[in-house]
Design a protein around this ligand. Structure first.
Ligand SMILES: [Zn+2]
Length: 235
C-alpha cells in the first residue's frame, strides 16, 4: 500500500494510506478519516480534529464532489465540518453537535449512500453516542465502524453515552457479521476483524454487570479504565 504525507502548507498533519482503488484512510494524530470515491461523487467519513486543510487534501485525492458524513458528533470527528458544503449525520447526534457548533449546518444522513458504483448502508448503532452510525459496504465486505468497534480505547463515560444501548448495537453488528470481513475503526490498530465482536460484547456485558476490576485512567478524565482483552473501555 502506498503511503505518503499530504502536500499541505502545514507539515505532516495528515498521513494518507491508499486502501484500494478510490479508497483512502487519512490519519490525523490518533484519529482516522476515510475517503471513498465512486463514479459520480465521493464520500468523506468524518473530518478529524480540524488541524489541517482536509478539503484541499480530499481535492488532491479525487476530482469528484465530496460529501461529508460523520460517524458521530464527537469533536475529533467533526473538527473540519465547516470546510464542507454538505454535512450529514444521524439526527440523534444533532443536539450534541449543536452544543459545539451552534451555527453548523447539518442534515440527516440517508439510509443508503450511493456514490455511483459504490454503495453504503447506514446502520444506526447508538451507545457511544445516541446517533452513532456504521457504514456497511456489503459488496466489498467492509464495515466502517467509527469509535464503536475498535481495538483502542472506547470512551463510554460522560453525557450521552449508554453502555446498555452500546451492547445492543454491538449485538446488532454481530448479527450481520456474515456480511463483512474487515472493520475500519476510527482509532487504534487498523483494520480489525469481525472476530473482535464476541469478546467486545462479552467484556461490555461484564462491565455493565460490575464484574471487571477498575484500573486508573491513563489521563485526567472522570472515568476508570476497563480491560476487555480486545479493547479498553473508559467508563
Ligand atoms: Zn473518536
Amino acid at each position: 500500500m502506498a503511503e505518503r504525507v499530504g502536500k499541505m502548507d502545514q507539515k505532516a498533519i495528515y498521513t494518507v494510506v491508499e486502501l484500494g482503488k478510490n479508497s483512502w484512510r487519512i490519519e490525523e494524530n490518533g484519529v482516522r478519516c476515510f475517503l471513498f470515491a465512486g463514479r459520480e461523487t465521493a464520500l468523506l467519513v468524518d473530518s478529524g480534529y480540524g488541524s489541517g486543510d482536509l478539503a484541499a487534501l480530499a481535492r488532491e485525492l479525487t476530482d469528484k464532489p465530496v460529501a461529508l458524513v460523520n460517524t458521530h458528533a464527537d469533536g475529533d470527528h467533526t473538527g473540519n465540518n465547516a470546510q464542507f458544503g454538505q454535512v450529514t449525520m444521524h439526527p440523534d447526534d444533532f443536539p450534541k453537535y449543536r452544543e459545539d457548533e451552534p451555527d453548523g449546518i447539518v442534515e440527516p444522513v440517508r439510509d443508503r449512500i450511493d456514490l455511483g458504483g459504490r454503495k453504503f448502508e447506514v446502520i444506526h448503532i447508538p451507545g457511544h453516542t445516541p446517533g452513532s452510525i456504521a457504514l456497511l459496504d456489503a459488496e466489498n465486505r467492509i464495515l466502517v465502524a467509527g469509535d464503536s468497534v475498535q481495538a483502542g480505547m472506547i470512551f463510554m463515560f460522560g453525557k450521552g453515552r449508554d453502555l446498555g444501548r452500546y451492547i445492543q448495537s454491538l449485538e446488532k453488528l454481530h448479527g450481520i457479521a456474515g456480511r463483512f470481513d474487515t472493520i475500519y475503526p476510527s482509532h487504534g490498530p487498523f483494520p480489525v476483524y469481525p472476530d473482535i465482536l464476541p469478546p467486545l460484547i462479552h467484556g461490555a456485558k461484564q462491565l455493565l454487570a460490575g464484574e471487571l476490576p477498575p484500573l486508573p485512567a491513563p489521563f485526567d478524565v472522570p472515568a476508570k479504565l476497563y480491560d476487555v482483552t480486545v479493547a479498553k473501555i473508559l467508563y
